[in-house]
Design a protein around this ligand. Sequence first.
Ligand code: AMP
Length: 437
Amino acid sequence: MLFKTLDIIEPIQRALKKEGYTKATPIQEKAIPLLLNGMDLLGCAQTGTGKTAAFAIPILQGLSSELRNSKEKRQIKALILAPTRELAIQIGDSFKSYGKHLGLKTLVIYGGVSQNPQTKFLGIGIDILVATPGRLLDLINQRFVRLNNVKYFVLDEADQMLDMGMIEDVRRIIKYIPTLRQTMFFSATMPNEIEKLADYLLKDPVKVEITPVSSTVDIIQQEVYLVNKSNKIHLLIHLLKNKSMDSALVFSRTKHGANQIVKSLEKAGLNAQAIHGNKSQSARQLALKNFKERKIWILVATDIAARGIDIDELSHVINFDLPEVPETYVHRIGRTGRAGLGGMAISFCDQEEHPLLQQIQKLISKSVPITEDNPFPLAEKPLELKVAAVLTQKSTASKTNLPNYRRGTGYSSSKNNARKNDKTRNYAKNKRKENWK
Ligand code: AMP
């Protein structure tokens, strides 16, 4: 559906056009009209579906219709809670770009950095506040934030907040928000506790569900290498040096592990950076910026640091360690294959991780093919892993759903490849737009 057929005001239409958005994504098509009508919304959708614009556009439109006396200090009218700083920043950026012709003020606040610049802006007055729960609660307690004028409340990635132990903070924050408001609640999964919280927060909500978690993996080509723990790093270096990859996001289970991986890659002459909770906020942002701008093509991350991060056109996800929770596998590999594009997910599995692989296969209802072309194979293949397909490098290319640009000659800074990367970006953008037609 075209944006111009939705009842969106001209200044927002203009900003969307500038962003290159013409067609609404399925969640936008369903949610925007409902939200413009003032309904509460329960959205079951992950990042990559366009959910940020689905809630940001109606909020911006609602706020723009309110008359404001220019002499009065701005009051916080919209509050968006997100689990991680990276996601909060991304949401803030979206509000700023879709609302750039509206004259509204948006502020993003999160922990791990000095609160002074944040309190300064709060003092001047803002319309839209995007926050992580911990810092927000801190600033409420210090009386820097008042939420008694909030009319729009969004809780984003609620299940992730639960995993990160933030739900108590969220409950405390909710007590400061008026009950007369419009609430939008997003969660990729609905565990019991999240369902209870949604029941408590939402009034007669409309439920919009977009691509259940286990089906998003269908467009992503997956393979697994059975390997000893001690050989994982050698295998990683081998693949990064020999496989054709535009960009790779490598997942480590621990922060220490992520640092070790980066050190080993650097020793092997591969430029990589890590993002995890022990890194300063500025180091995390810089690493992410470098990765997005393709100054580095390898990023090593822990789950929490990478969740919700929107990286366009990521060609490879590598699970250096398998996650403990099978749903996390789906979230990880969903970093590639965004918005209908193909992608490739490679997983390493050592002897101790076999049960984890089995749980993942159960969740996604298919077996992940074991790659035979493995320079560091296990002496014996475990019997319990019943695997249907056997991959050879040759058949990989023909079986894959990947568009051709991802089977190029690999990353290099040569002029040809720079040109190829430009083509790749355009191809990916057009492809995404096609997918949403
Ligand atoms: P989100 O799920 O909100 O993280 O959005 C995923 C990505 O899709 C972001 O890079 C958005 O900028 C982009 N996006 C969202 N809506 C549209 C649209 N209607 N057309 C093109 N790109 C979009």
